[in-house]
Design a protein. Structure first.
Length: 205
């Protein structure tokens, strides 16, 4: 398995030799230095910690600077651990897009776009109510509980509320093209999160 941190730059389309169009997401992936290695003997699990995203030194705490200095990693914003990826890695190693190959299956995790407080039609794809004969129940959810029993709204009922802004893992993506000079991964398909959002890229075994 391979793993790397990346920034989502946006989507585009590429025309192939047969004339077909491939919709791809452009990711600026790495380089990501290895800043820590977790082992079962010392930490109870196996993982590798990667750093990504330049940041000014004044915006890092003393502890963060000391932690990054151990790996000679410079000033980096994001630290993420990838479980099951520590084998063969050493502190200070740098992970790049060269760890991936065209055709690799990926699963990419990120924080989805926040859409604020939304009703049930948009949030849960509920059907709307009737719009004729003076109905006032056009976008309301309808009945959500009986009166005699349970005389309350049961837990788990889908209702209005915060939509988006949560961790999403998208599977079934494929590496379409790799640009090692500019540290770019072109992934066939859509990736969760907004433009310039941080995503975690893993190969999907």
């Amino acid at each position: 398995m391979a793993a790397i941190l990346a920034k989502k730059l946006g989507m585009t389309q590429l025309f192939q030799e047969d004339g077909s169009v491939a919709r791809v997401t452009v990711l600026e992936a790495g380089p990501c230095p290895v800043t820590a290695i977790r082992t079962t003997e010392t930490d109870g699990y196996d993982a590798v910690q990667l750093a990504f995203g330049d940041i000014k030194a004044k915006n890092l705490s003393k502890a963060e600077k000391g932690h990054l200095a151990k790996a000679n990693a410079g000033n980096l914003r994001h630290l993420r651990e990838f479980r099951g990826e520590g084998a063969g890695s050493n502190l200070g190693d740098v992970v790049t897009v060269e760890s991936f190959e065209i055709g690799d299956k990926l699963k990419i995790a990120g924080i989805s776009k926040g859409k604020g407080f939304q009703g049930t039609v948009k949030r849960h794809n509920f059907s709307r109510g009737p719009v004729s004969h003076g109905s006032h129940n056009v976008r309301a959810p309808g009945s959500i509980g009986a009166s005699a029993w349970p005389a309350r709204v049961m837990k788990g009922i889908r209702g209005p509320g915060q939509m988006g802004n949560k961790r999403i893992t998208q599977r079934g993506l494929t590496v379409f093209r790799i640009d090692t000079d500019r540290n770019l991964l072109l992934v066939k398909g859509s990736v969760p999160g907004p433009t310039n959002g941080l995503v975690e890229v893993r190969t999907d075994a």
